[in-house]
Design a protein around this ligand. Sequence first.
Ligand code: KIV
Length: 291
Amino acid sequence: MSATIQYSSEKLTIPKLLEKKIQKETITCLTAYDYPFARILDEAGIDILLVGDSLGMTRLGYESTLPVTLAEIMVHLRAVRRAVRRALLVADMPYGSYHVGAKSAVKNALRFIKEGGAEAVKIEGGRKRCRLVERLVEAEIPVMGHIGLTPQSVHFMGGYKVQGKTPQTAEALLEDALILQESGAFSVVLEGIPQEVAGKITRELRIPTIGIGAGIHCDGQILVTDDLLGLSFSPKPKFVRQYANLKETISSAVRKFMGESRTGSFPGREESYHLIADPASKVLVKHGAGR
Ligand code: KIV
């Protein structure tokens, strides 16, 4: 089987993302957790791939992102790295990997860059992360911020609730975004906030905003790939548009395989190896090559 990767266009870099904001070109971003999906998304031309801690729910069967470990992200990051040629590859710092001191946070982020091949890391939180963002940037680690509905703060928020609904909380979100920008973040994810608030933040920032449940005024959009493809088992959030139903596609293919195996119509003659007579030696030899 060929391992040739099709390049859809030139490599996405952080300066090119900043340029996209200036040119008002929408930035597209999806999550990726493994080699085949990452390769398909990269070849389709996605701008940013995030190995998100949503991995916990989408692929590992956890109920929240909180149990996800650095080691789990690392395994998936390395698989994605092997597939990605064009997109900017961002690794999510899981809960606990940047909360017990800047030194260990920088050390963990460096591992994602050096061992995992990430080109940037994402951390959740606004002003309370400003010193950490500075430390990471000093260590040449590009940082994507993430504010609004930050799933790692689920207990503080009392559930996965839309944030920034009052003038005070909306203003606080804008300040958080500006502080992250001044600390050196190259972009910021805006999750679960009213689109008017996201629009204001987007207009005020020089760096791109990437929205999820934050409306149309962001510089880019991100979705959890499994939600977009109809692979998730959790209830579909309001902001998700499902473009395919892979759960149904997979289930129907598997049911067809089972049925045809049971009736004997699979495997057919052309899917089997055969012995044929060699006229010279009159010996039976194996026919067919490949797997
Ligand atoms: O982990 C994740 O998938 C994320 C995105 C939803 C932004 O953080």
